[in-house]
Design a protein. Structure first.
Lengths: 561, 378
């Protein structure tokens, strides 16, 4: 088969104040019509830059290598994408021959123009249609991607669509001009798993119907294993390995690919593990938790937020958490899973006293103390803060860029007045930093010197430096690459064992939770749907919602398709 | 291009570790240095500021009536030269001037150059001045006998060169005082509004808007009418500075409010709060450092507006008045038709004024780009 797109020796360099950065280094690949090429790699591997190069969407300080060529071959013509300079010529490629779907559907639509107008505009521009024709075709496309009542939806704005619907509309828009090649840059990463599964099915179906080629850029190997025909694995701007999806997933040759695949948490393996292994709960090796004491006990918790206040002072309330009761056993990993907006983060933060509760009670019960969180006085609150800490999702936002690592880790000690003098503080900081496997030489550095995984270690060190018993990890590994994610999970496990911590592990990722937690609670729309020991929950989910979550979770294929 | 690559090459020698342990200010400085327009503007600005500070030492004559040259009224600039019809000399000189009248001049006094040389001298003793509380009488340059007017003289015989140097000093001082007053007001009001939010924020924002909507020209005119005629130059000077300061804080306060509002909800602030940090700790350790760089930028950018306002005020005759030297007063002097036709050297302070304002703008621009070293590279 002749290839639709043929990329040869593509190099992309960025000139910055700190010198040239090679983002893409001499890569070559082909995409055939009707084929899905998965471009997979960790952050900074150059996969997005590659996708953007195909439409020349890189910023002006990007330079392409001299020998680079990108040839797009269709029945009628042959286009050398890199030779296009003028905006008019580029429009031939952008939106006409090649379309692109971005990660954030909310950011891809102009907020003040109706979805329909935006869809019709490109048809009028590229296909020279009248608005009426464009409208008809757009409504057809919206219908095709499964949007109900498309002719009414056509006149709505992006904010009136939910996240999944927006991404569907984006797909409809990208496909309406019938491009030869579709570039999808992490199109499902921002979506919840159930929506993600639907969108992936839809894309696969449409690609086959339209007979176009697709480049699917993602960091998620599980997703790739389900949608791609061929896979190219990128590392540091190079393609280290490419081949059919079965070859790559089942028989990886390159050590980097093997490492990536090993790092992916596997739900299937967990559910199908031998019953021998079942005797001990995998994560902590603790006894099943029915005998263990309860550290945190949440009873009938409700949390409400004021969304708006009417002119007469009538409050419009949103109930984020509704009648939630959980018991977190001492010394365990307690998983709280749910989709975005399910109230899991709010629950976690309310337990730490960050939000006021509308109803219910939260009891912290340790050997020596017994606290009711809502009724803590100043002195007890201070003591409770030493015992309960939070690890954030985004290791970039959670560290002050203006403080050295040493100062960041030392801050809780200084604020709470735990240590008497600088020497003692330094000792504590070095001790915990060593436990979190940070290089002690690096304590003088500022956070901008570190990668995401390193930053998360710093954040963990800060949370643990005051010697807490209870830690809420709010999506603590969600922003990290898989290989780093595996390292951080390992670290959390070893710290849990060493320091006897109790974790409330909040996550949307079922595979991570399955491999880490002893007990899992599933939340939906502010309520606990189901709560059970991990293995029971994953093997015999009782509720429909849990079943649908499990079915939708992307899993890495471990067998021939 | 070659220069740029040399620059880059030099920057690469900085070791990775230095970069990793560099504080915010060091990062800002290294990014600022890389911007050539800003560096050039900064050196020009530095030069002008130094001129303003050492104006008394640099100017050969007193900028007021005591330094006037009665024999050279409305005189053209005198450029020191090395050669004339009688040969060359190593020391620069000017020709002496004399006043005479005769039948030829219709019995009016006229100044003319003579053949006699008047050599330039360095570090001569001249008029007394105070600097840092001490009395000095040395100046950078002068001439052996009589006067040297690099920029010419005005209608009173005062040296325009000396007046311009002093005007720079005065205008920058008014600007500094004005910026300082508005900065303190803006910092207090803006950060209070941003930090506490809610009702406090609403009230303070209303106040900011009120101050910003006050029409300045009528207000100035009304106030000018209030200024008693017997006020000394210093009194007027402080009054103008205070006025500019108390009117100019609105914009800056709003910017500070926005910074505080954005940083207040940052996750690292939440992290500190969950450790039990007090408001004072959060403000001192997190909020203030997070916007110092922006404040510096805002101050530098608002500086030329202060200088401009002072100039505009003085220009329309509401601010400082003639015996005082400020750039506005100097500019006011060029408004006469006579000046345009006969005494064009009155215009010399104008390009200097433009240079000051532009230099501030470029430096502010460079600082703004460098201010957030943690943002994505542009």
């Amino acid at each position: 088969m002749t290839s639709l797109l043929s990329v040869r020796d593509l190099s992309v360099k960025f000139s910055t104040l700190e010198g040239d950065i090679t983002a893409v280094d001499n890569i070559s690949f082909d995409v055939a019509p009707g084929e899905v090429l998965g471009l997979v790699g960790e952050s900074g591997s150059g996969k997005s830059v590659t996708g953007r190069s195909l439409m020349q969407l890189n910023p002006h300080y990007a330079h392409y290598g001299e020998n680079s060529s990108m040839i797009l071959t269709t029945d009628e013509e042959e286009v050398d994408i890199l030779s296009l300079r003028k905006a008019k010529e580029l429009r031939k490629v952008r939106g006409d021959l090649v379309s692109m779907i971005f990660q954030e559907p909310i950011a891809s639509f102009a907020p003040a123009i109706t979805i329909g107008k935006q869809m019709a505009e490109q048809l009028m521009l590229h296909r020279k249609m009248s608005f009426k024709e464009a409208r008809e075709l757009s409504v057809d496309m919206l219908d095709r991607v499964g949007i109900i009542d498309p002719s009414r939806r056509f006149d709505q704005y992006a904010f009136e669509f939910s996240g999944g619907m927006r991404q569907r509309a984006m797909i409809a828009m990208a496909l309406s001009t019938k491009p030869k090649l579709l570039i999808a840059d992490e199109p499902t990463t921002a979506l919840d798993v159930t929506i993600q599964a639907q969108v992936l099915d839809l894309m696969q179906e449409l690609i086959h119907d339209f007979g176009m080629g697709m480049i699917f850029v993602t960091h998620d190997l599980a997703v790739i294993s389900q949608i791609a025909d061929r896979v190219a694995v990128m590392q540091n701007g190079k393609i280290v390995e490419q081949g059919t999806v079965d070859d790559i997933i089942l028989h990886p040759q390159h050590s980097y690919t093997q490492r990536l695949l090993d790092a992916v948490p596997k739900l299937d393996d967990f559910i199908n593990q031998d019953d021998d292994a079942n005797d001990t709960v995998p994560a902590t090796g603790k006894e099943p938790t029915d005998k263990a004491e309860t550290l945190i006990s949440v009873r009938n918790l409700s949390v409400q937020f004021e969304i708006s206040k009417s002119f007469l002072g009538k409050k419009n309330l949103l109930t984020a958490v509704n009648d939630v009761s959980i018991d977190i056993p001492k010394g365990s990993f307690f998983g709280l899973v749910g989709e975005s907006g399910s109230g899991k983060s709010t629950t976690g933060r309310t337990i730490l006293g960050a939000y006021n509760m509308a109803q219910g009670e939260i009891i912290y019960n340790d050997d020596d103390v017994h606290y009711e969180i809502a009724a803590l006085d100043r002195h007890d609150l201070k003591d409770f803060r030493k015992r309960a800490q939070l690890i954030f999702q985004d290791p970039y936002a959670a560290l002050s860029p203006r403080m050295t690592v040493r100062d960041i880790i030392a801050e809780p000690l200084e604020v709470m007045g735990i240590t008497k003098n600088r020497k003692e503080t330094d000792e504590r900081v070095r001790e915990i930093a060593a436990k979190c496997k940070l290089n002690l030489e690096h304590l003088r550095r500022f956070p901008h010197a570190f990668s995401g995984g390193q930053r998360q270690r710093i954040a963990i060190a800060r949370a643990l430096v005051c010697g807490p018993k209870f830690v809420v990890a709010d999506e603590a590994v969600a922003a990290l690459d898989v290989s780093i994610q595996a390292e951080i999970l390992e670290l959390l496990k070893s710290l849990q064992k060493e320091l006897g911590l109790t974790f409330l592990f909040i996550s949307h990722d079922l595979a991570v939770v399955a491999n880490l937690c002893d007990h899992v609670a599933v939340m939906e729309k502010g309520k606990i749907v189901e709560s059970a020991p991990t293995l029971d929950l994953f093997r015999n989910p009782q509720k429909d919602y849990t079943k649908s979550l499990l079915a939708a979770a992307p899993t890495l294929r471990t067998h021939q398709a | 291009m070659a220069l740029l690559s040399v620059l880059r090459g030099k920057r690469k020698e900085i070791s990775k570790e230095d970069y990793y342990t560099a504080s915010q200010m060091q990062l800002i400085w290294s990014r600022f240095k890389a911007k050539r327009s800003a560096m050039i503007a900064a050196s020009i600005l530095g030069f002008i500021v130094v001129c303003g500070i050492f104006s008394s030492f640099l100017s050969p004559y007193a900028p007021d009536a005591s330094g006037r040259n009665a024999d050279y009224v409305n005189g053209a600039p005198q450029i020191p030269q090395f050669c004339d019809a009688n040969g060359c000399s190593l020391t620069p000189f000017i020709h002496k001037v004399e006043r005479f009248r005769s039948v030829k001049t219709n019995f009016r006094w006229v100044t003319r150059e003579t053949e006699e040389r008047n050599y330039v001298t360095f570090f001569p003793k001249g008029w007394d001045y105070n600097f840092l509380g001490m009395k000095f009488e040395r100046h950078l340059f002068g001439v052996e006998e009589g006067y040297l007017h690099l920029f010419g003289t005005d209608g009173g015989g005062k040296d325009i060169f000396s007046r311009t140097l002093h005007a720079i000093g005065v205008s920058l001082a008014v600007g500094t005082l004005g910026v300082l007053i508005s900065f303190i007001l803006a910092l207090i009001i803006g950060s209070t509004a941003g930090f506490f939010g809610g009702f406090v924020d609403t009230v303070l924002q209303a106040l900011m808007d009120t101050v910003k909507t006050v029409p300045t020209i009528p207000l100035f005119m009304a106030l000018a009418a209030f200024i008693p005629q017997e006020w000394s130059a210093e009194m007027r000077f402080f009054f103008i500075s205070m006025l500019l300061g108390t009117l100019g804080w609105g914009t800056l306060a709003r910017r500070i409010r926005t910074h505080v509002l954005a940083e207040r909800t940052a996750e690292y602030v939440t992290a500190a709060r969950l450790c039990g940090a007090s408001s004072a700790h959060v403000i001192r350790k997190h909020l203030l450092p997070s916007f110092t760089s922006y404040i510096i930028v805002d101050l530098v950018i608002s500086f030329p507006y202060m200088v401009l306002s002072e100039t505009a005020l003085s220009f329309i005759g509401l601010g400082l008045k003639d015996p005082v030297n400020s750039l506005g007063v100097m500019l006011q002097n060029v408004t006469k038709v006579d000046v345009l036709l006969n005494y064009q050297w009155y215009f010399i302070p104008v390009p200097i004024f433009i240079a000051i304002v532009l230099a501030f703008v470029f430096v502010g621009d460079g600082l703004r780009d460098a201010a957030d070293p943690y943002s994505e590279r542009k």
